[in-house]
Write a protein that binds this ligand. Structure first.
Ligand SMILES: Cc1cc2nc3c(=O)[nH]c(=O)nc-3n(C[C@H](O)[C@H](O)[C@H](O)COP(=O)(O)OP(=O)(O)OC[C@H]3O[C@@H](n4cnc5c(N)ncnc54)[C@H](O)[C@@H]3O)c2cc1C
Length: 338
């Protein structure tokens, strides 16, 4: 990785135990079980944060999280402009209607207290009806649950406070440091919008614990692919057009949006559409799929079609199976050449 980190996806930390003044961590994946010695551990497991402290570590924390389910629905687009609506429902909650992947509108969210397994969270019929009814109060065109083309749910690990109402629980975060036998930093709550501040505060706390004198550098750093030459997406898109005139407009736009300046790594030395390899599914060429496996840890069709892109919105279940078959062949080929 660019900064020397080793990233192990689909790997569970099953236990951390004190050893030699640090933590010995047991890491388990489907193919192996290994132990590593760590000078410090950060427990940034989101909705699992309290469970990690309770079941994986020997320490106790004072903070806790309240798990609140939030669901979104996606329908064919309800308006053509590029702005979002913020609606207030009768229960005073806020619901957004946001332009989504060009042809769709994203509507969300709900706030429902949740006590199940976070990875098993699913939208229920009541939430779908609720979201439809909120937008139906405002739009002329009325939608029904039958028009929902996709939905997704997540669990917010909200910093537990005194609120009785799930939508008014604080969206702030807390960092809790334990020093036995080495730093264990747990993250309670947080948002994507404040992720950088949260991460900087976490690293500051660890740096002083570990005696690091490294200089801070992240405040103005761009994310991978975000270093657009003039800071303007429109100008960047023109550069992409000049550089790859053979790329169809919709692919050019999607690649530029998804990968930014990393588009060069996706396309490599390709000089024509034929160089992108087979079109595995509509809009998905082998070269992009290879890039996602090679550099973004994609392993399954769901990784590629939902988590790394939203191409799944336009595809059928059988397409996912075809892509999974291609991925299986790819990994079989890779293990033959290894
Ligand atoms: C419905 C909903 C709407 C939201 N809306 C917004 C919004 O509008 N704006 C905003 O800023 N934020 C929003 N958020 C919050 C945002 O999504 C989260 O803050 C963000 O995703 C947290 O990322 P994370 O990497 O810290 O945690 P997560 O994405 O929760 O990742 C935690 C990871 O830890 C892994 N893990 C758990 N236990 C272990 C273990 N023992 N070993 C190894 N790995 C483990 C899990 O598998 C998971 O991959 C929303 C969240 C939800 C659910």
């Amino acid at each position: 990785m660019r900064f020397g980190a080793t990233v192990l996806t689909r790997t569970r930390c099953e236990q951390i135990a004190p050893q030699a003044g640090g933590w010995i961590a047991t890491l388990v994946s489907s193919s192996e079980r290994r132990s590593i010695l760590a000078r410090a551990v950060v427990n940034a497991t989101g909705p699992w944060v309290s469970r990690f402290v309770r079941d994986v570590s020997p320490v106790r924390t004072t903070h806790g999280v309240r798990l609140v389910k939030g669901s979104h629905i996606v329908v064919r687009r309800l308006f053509t402009h590029r702005f979002a609506y913020i609606f207030q429902s009768e229960d005073r909650r806020i619901v957004f209607a946001i332009p989504y992947e060009h042809d769709f509108t994203l509507i969300g969210t709900t706030d429902v207290d949740y006590d199940g397994e976070p990875s098993a969270v699913r939208i229920d019929a009541h939430e779908i009806r609720y979201l439809c009814s909120v937008v139906n109060r405002y739009f002329v065109r009325q939608i029904t649950p039958a028009e929902v083309v996709w939905s997704y749910s997540g669990v917010r690990p909200l910093l537990a406070d005194e609120s009785s109402d799930a939508s008014s629980v604080t969206r702030d975060y807390a960092l809790e440091l334990d020093r036995y036998p080495a730093p264990l930093l747990s993250v309670f709550g947080g948002k994507i919008t404040t992720y950088r501040k949260l991460a900087e505060n976490a690293v500051d706390m660890l740096a002083s614990e570990l005696g690091s004198r490294a200089k801070r550098w992240t405040a103005t750093a761009t994310l991978p692919g975000g270093d657009l030459p003039s800071g303007s997406f429109a100008a960047f898109l023109r550069t992409v057009e000049r550089r790859y005139p053979w790329l169809p407009v919709n692919l050019r736009r999607r690649y530029a949006r998804a990968y930014g300046t990393r588009i060069d790594r996706v396309l490599g030395d390709a000089a024509s559409l034929a160089d992108l390899g087979r079109e595995l599914l509509p809009q998905l060429y082998e070269r992009e799929a290879e890039y996602l496996c090679r550099e973004e840890w994609a392993r399954t069709a769901e990784d590629i079609l939902w988590r790394r892109t939203k191409l799944g919105l336009q595809l059928a279940a059988a397409d996912f199976k075809r892509l999974d078959a291609w991925l299986e062949n790819r990994s079989a080929r890779a293990s033959l050449t290894a």
